[in-house]
Design a protein around this ligand. Structure first.
Ligand code: HEC
Length: 161
């Protein structure tokens, strides 16, 4: 059997090595955790974050406010399961655990994302939702410090303190 010239054997070897490297590369890329977290969920009502995001919240006070103003819709300790007929989900969302698209990757994101809902309120998707998230900030139902306290409580419920 005539031996192939050295140059063609080198060419074949190089091609094989490249192929192996490429396959390893794509396998690694597929296993790597996604660098970009999912897009944060936003309330239906527009507006930016309010002054609460730069205040230190008191989770204990937030727990008391939650009992009187939030538990009726979000369930005790935010466990959810409260029916919301006419909404696509069929229930008011649980806040414990909270939607990962609202929790975000850091406490900072958690605070900003929850603040938007508390400030401006939100109408859930669906033909005729019976319950909507009220705009506690825009209507001045709560002071910024109270909103910060509620967010501190939500962080605690989600073990994100
Ligand atoms: C009248 C019922 C009602 C009350 C009272 C209420 N909420 Fe909501 N809340 C909702 C509904 C409905 C949504 C879902 C909105 C949407 O899907 O856009 C919601 C959404 C939220 C969200 C975003 C979570 C998600 O997954 O969409 C947060 C955070 C939140 N509420 C916190 C609170 C806090 C804190 C209080 C008390 C100050 C409160 N809510 C009181 C009905 C209520």
């Amino acid at each position: 059997m005539p031996t192939k010239p050295l140059s063609s054997r080198i060419a074949v070897l190089t091609a094989l090595t490249l192929l192996v490297l490429l396959r390893c590369g794509s396998a690694l890329a597929a296993d790597a955790p996604t660098a970009t977290p999912e897009t944060p969920a936003r309330p239906s009502n527009p507006g930016g974050t309010g002054p609460a995001v730069s205040l230190a919240g008191d989770a204990g006070n937030g727990a008391a406010l939650f009992k009187t103003s939030c538990a009726i819709c979000h369930g005790p300790e935010g466990k959810g399961a409260v029916p919301n007929p006419g909404s696509t989900d069929g229930t008011v969302p649980a806040l414990n655990p909270i939607d990962p698209a609202i929790a975000g990757a850091s406490a900072r994101e958690f605070i900003a994302n929850t603040d938007l809902f508390l400030e401006h309120g939100s109408r859930p998707e669906g033909p005729k939702p019976k319950m909507e998230m009220p705009a506690w900030g825009d209507t001045q139902a709560f002071e910024p410090q109270q909103i910060a306290d509620l967010i501190a409580y939500l962080l605690r419920l989600n073990k994100r303190e």
